[in-house]
Design a protein around this ligand. Sequence first.
Ligand code: SF4
Length: 102
Amino acid sequence: MRVVVDQDLCGTTGQCVLTLPGTFRQREPDGVAEVCVATVPRTLHAAVRLAASQCPVAAIRVIESDAGDDERAGADPAPCPAEAERHAAKDQRNTGGHDGTV
Ligand code: SF4
């Protein structure tokens, strides 16, 4: 699955960013929404469809696609800020080589 935002339609409400901060972000300085993943992981398909259905101006378009998308999911070289912060926080906690998870 892929998702796109029609930036000419976007009303800059930020609803999609609040719903899925790892998938959408608002660009500086105008607040227009952007998609920050190349493809949507399968675990987020329902949430992305929900975000699209809740966009007040119907600016979010979901593109259902063939299998194989998940292999490329997360391949975006520029993650959303919220995602980058999570990775940075995890890196800081993981200085000893084991993060305590099993
Ligand atoms: S919910 Fe729709 S109008 Fe609001 S920021 Fe996202 S794309 Fe733009």
